[in-house]
Ligand binder design. Structure first.
Ligand code: HPA
Ligand code: MG
Length: 176
């Protein structure tokens, strides 16, 4: 068991299971993009570890970049406006695979998809290491899912609890 801030977490998914799931995603993506040079776009902060290990398993030609979703208050309404920061590649006519650490409600993903597709990409796919089907509120398809998990809070392997836990090589689940 580990303690992060005020909460306790118990071991949930091993480093070996994570690696197996990522290797499997990499093989599926390789098959789908064999004739192309896809651009993998990791969503920071959480996805840095997934992208690193995914790239090591991916054998084909590929490029990588990272983005972050930033939100600011719109000037004419109280609505939050989301924008992409950090994109350093021209995506027009390119095939793009978004790489997420985790998808839960999917709300960020919908905005992300619209923002990326507005760059006139050729093909667009979404990969995530973890997926919480019971929390998912959207109907957009997630093309590659590593591991489906229950709707409980997890940390480790890039995922944090209030900043802590990202460095853990395996996944821990909030203790009941
Ligand atoms: N843990 C950490 N970050 C997250 C989670 C989670 O379970 N779901 C969405 N972001
Ligand atoms: Mg994330």
């Amino acid at each position: 068991m580990i303690q992060l801030h005020d909460k306790q977490f118990v071991p949930f998914i091993s480093a070996q299971e994570i690696d197996f799931a990522i290797a499997q995603i990499a093989r599926l993506v390789e098959d789908d993009f064999a004739e192309e040079t896809p651009i993998f776009i990791g969503v920071l902060n959480g996805a840095f570890m997934v992208v690193s290990d995914f790239m090591k398993h991916y054998k084909g030609a590929c490029e990588v970049s990272f983005v972050k979703m930033a939100s600011y208050e719109g000037t004419t309404s109280t609505n939050e406006v989301k924008q992409l920061i950090g994109l350093d590649k021209d995506l027009s006519g390119r095939s793009v695979v978004i790489i997420e650490d985790i998808v839960d409600t999917g709300n960020t993903l919908v905005v992300l998809k619209a923002l990326i597709k507005s760059h006139n990409v050729k093909r667009f796919k979404i990969a995530t290491l973890f997926f919480k089907p019971d929390a998912y509120l959207q109907d957009i398809k997630i093309d590659y899912v590593g591991i489906r998990i229950p709707n409980k809070f997890i940390v480790g392997y890039g995922l944090d609890y209030d900043g802590l836990g990202r460095n853990l090589p395996e996944i821990y689940q909030l203790k009941e």
